[in-house]
Design a protein around this ligand. Structure first.
Ligand code: UDP
Length: 408
């Protein structure tokens, strides 16, 4: 066992783009620091029976019809309804989770989704009982919501709970998580956002081959939701009031329909519009922009903070993303409006006021946590992933490096 490489199983559900992105970011950071084997599993979709196997599709539908999301979010917040839902899920899916855990045989399970706490801890306990062991496999939660979080994120028996903000920490405490297991570093972000000193705006604009002028970035999460068309159109037209012209970049994510609609819009002559589909270099587009307009997605907001970017919020998912609005406004780096015209005027007002813009940019930077992913990985690794072999190997590596350095 001493020689065996440690195995980590990261549990998610592919609802929205953020959970898998966080899982991949964590996997990247863990592998950067430790010699671990990692699997990322959406067991709900992979192997659970209906209706659990279709939650990803249901979520996509509900994100567009927010009344239904509001109903589900708030009804599942009440302890009684939550208990019933969890019981139902346990009866139908606990064995499936046990099988997946047995197949992956992890030394540690990390959850980055509110739907993979209770059932996974139950499955781990049952597996331990079966093996006659008194201790189950360690279980860690990494919360990927920012300003508010559903109670399902929190299980009093989790061995560690990583929270991104004070607001989420206080929810965890209310849900009976012990303070001693809570750690606060920030949201796990992709490697491209780990660099605390990004390139200058001018440099990135050159790399992207776009003109040097005031730039507004409009996004709507991975799925391009949140009335992206109306918001982008209003911002684009309002930008014509800026002296010296301006630039509009709209990233539509996977929403091809909106991309085509926006490409057909005739923009004012002084406005350069770039309408894009799903991009992999969001960090560069953020670094090139002066302001971002987005729905209140936690990932996008946290990423924008690492790029010192003022944030204009255009919508939020009821419950889940509501607290993110407070996070931005109270943080002093942005505002919120669901009215596209009001929103567009506000953004143009910021662009005309260099001092206010700089102040918001500084406030955004103050909330940025570019090192969060590595810190979370390190805290997890120091506790659960260092074996005697890995410690010996890393010492050997350091010695060899030192040796080759001195011989140069
Ligand atoms: N994203 C991306 N390319 C795109 C659109 C979005 O990489 O074309 C990323 C974005 O940078 C963020 C994530 O998708 O990391 C969206 O996460 P968020 O929490 O903001 O919203 P969700 O889509 O999960 O509701």
């Amino acid at each position: 066992d001493i020689l065996r490489q440690k195995r980590v199983m990261i549990m998610i559900s592919d609802t929205g783009g953020g959970h898998r992105a966080s899982a991949m970011a964590l996997a990247d950071a863990l592998q950067e620091l430790y010699p671990v084997h990692i699997t990322i599993r959406d067991v709900w979709t992979e192997s659970c029976p209906w209706p659990f196997s279709t939650v990803v599709k249901q979520y996509m539908w509900m994100a567009k019809h927010t009344w239904s999301w509001r109903m589900l979010w708030y009804s599942s917040k009440f302890p009684v309804s939550r208990w019933i839902m969890q019981k139902f899920a346990n009866v139908l899916c606990k064995r499936v989770f046990m099988k997946a855990i047995q197949d992956d045989n992890p030394d540690l399970v990390i959850s980055v989704h509110p739907g993979t706490q209770h059932i996974v801890i139950k499955a781990l306990k049952k597996l331990a009982r079966r093996q006659g062991s008194r201790s189950r496999t360690p279980f860690v939660t990494v919360v990927t919501d920012l300003g508010s979080a559903h109670p399902m994120w929190f299980h009093p028996e989790a061995d560690r709970v990583f929270v991104p903000s004070d607001a989420v920490k206080s929810i965890a405490l209310k849900c009976h998580v012990r303070e001693s297991v809570i750690e606060e570093y920030g949201l796990p972000l992709r490697r491209a956002f780990w660099n605390a000193e990004p390139r200058t705006r001018q440099e990135v604009r050159q790399v992207l081959d776009i003109p040097e002028m005031k730039t507004v970035l409009v996004v709507g999460g991975g799925d391009g939701v949140g009335r992206l068309f109306q918001v982008a159109e209003a911002v684009g037209h309002q930008l014509k009031t800026l002296d010296g012209g301006a630039q509009l970049v709209v990233i539509c994510g996977k929403n091809e329909k909106v991309r085509k609609q926006l490409q057909a819009v005739s923009w004012p002559p002084t406005v350069h519009a770039h309408i894009l589909g799903f991009v992999k270099n969001m960090d560069e587009w953020m670094a090139a922009a002066d302001v971002i307009v987005t729905k209140a997605g936690p990932g996008t907001i946290a990423e924008a903070c690492t790029r010192n970017l003022p944030v204009m919020l255009s919508s939020y998912l009821p419950g889940q993303e509501q607290g993110n609005v407070g996070f931005v406004i109270e943080g002093g780096f942005g505002d919120f409006s669901t009215d596209p015209l009001v929103l567009a005027r506000t953004v143009v007002g910021w662009l005309q006021d260099e001092k206010a813009l700089q102040q918001m940019s500084n406030q955004a930077a103050a909330q940025g946590r570019p090192r969060a992913t590595l810190k979370i990985a390190q805290a997890i690794g120091q506790k659960w992933l260092t074996t005697r072999t890995s410690t010996m190997l890393s010492m050997l590596e350091k010695l060899l490096k030192a040796g080759s350095g001195s011989s140069r």
